[in-house]
Design a protein around this ligand. Structure first.
Ligand code: PLP
Length: 295
């Protein structure tokens, strides 16, 4: 199991040199940043725990990573979701399917606030509760190691003027990176609007000075929907960098980065590849269907 020490790779994009921190090459089951975020729960002893509880979307990368974690640690996993589409139930695929194969109990519960529901009703002594997407302080344990790897690389290569860029879901990875790095961390909000991401930051860190900078996107994108410019960016990245990126977060990450003043500047850019490739297959199929339909 590889949870730390990913390589740094130099690539060229739009004729500009950038560095990619290849966290996608960490343990495949933990999908890049989930390896960092769940390292604490893998490494430490939880003597009395018998069950892991969490919630989120039925297709989330974190669901699959938690199903692997639970299996490794011999815990049950109860994963609550507000809604599972009938299509997915009839055609299990991606993270959902792989998690069921890992014996995850995926439980549909239509309540307004799942965090509130779980906190009030389900927590017992033998239960370990991890909030949606691993938005917990314990995530800082692994992300601190990521920050240290970047710092070591920086010193070794004599890099002074650096920025670190990564797209956000809950913002947990970006927030703790900003906390442990001395340079500026820039991100964009993929899951909700910018004020949602700001709120997420405040849940983990009350001092706004320690928050990453949120790059504005030119358009209001909805998470999980298909945008042809996302697919174009995915293919462009693959062609120019020879690296496969994910289709939910990275296209927006690169669109906002390329459109920002930082991309024009002389700063050394380090982009964190956070994995998430398990979901690509079904996304590519959806994009190809959409494109063929238009022809
Ligand atoms: C989970 C995930 C993210 C979001 O990470 P946060 O710490 O929640 O911001 C981004 N990219 C990929 C590929 C992920 O799996």
């Amino acid at each position: 199991m590889k949870f730390t020490n990913s390589p740094m790779q130099e690539v060229s994009l739009n004729n500009r040199k950038i560095f990619i921190k290849r966290d996608d090459l960490l343990d495949i089951n933990f999908s890049g940043n989930k390896a960092r975020k769940f390292y604490y729960f893998y490494k430490n002893d939880f003597k009395n725990v018998k069950k892991l509880i969490s919630y989120g979307s039925a297709q989330a990368n974190s669901l699959y990573s938690m199903s692997v974690l639970a299996k490794l640690r011999n815990w049950d996993l109860d994963f609550y979701v507000k809604h599972i589409s009938s299509y997915l139930k009839e055609n299990p695929q991606g993270n959902y399917k792989a998690s069921l194969e890992n014996a995850a109990n995926i439980i549909e519960k239509d309540v307004e606030d799942l965090n509130d529901y779980i906190s009030k009703n389900l927590l017992q002594k033998d239960v370990l509760y991890i909030q949606e997407g691993g938005r917990v302080f314990e995530a800082s344990f692994g992300i601190k190691i990521l920050a240290q790897e970047i710092k070591d690389w920086q010193i070794k290569n004599n890099i002074n003027d650096m920025i670190v860029c990564l797209p956000s879901g809950t913002g947990t990875t970006a927030l703790f990176l900003q906390k442990y790095l001395d340079c500026e961390v820039i991100t964009c909000s993929c899951v909700g609007k910018d004020d949602y991401l700001k709120k997420q930051f405040f849940m983990l860190e009350s001092d706004e000075n320690n928050h990453p900078l949120i790059l504005k996107s030119t358009k209001n994108y909805h998470f999980g929907k298909l945008y042809l410019e996302f697919y174009e960016m995915y293919k462009k990245l693959k062609k120019e960098t020879k690296i496969e990126f994910d289709l939910l977060y990275d296209p927006l990450g690169f669109i906002t980065l390329i459109n920002s003043k930082y991309f024009e500047s002389d700063k050394t850019i380090v982009y964190i590849h956070q994995g998430g490739l398990l979901g690509n297959q079904s996304m590519i199929e959806r994009y190809e269907r959409k494109i063929n339909f238009k022809k």
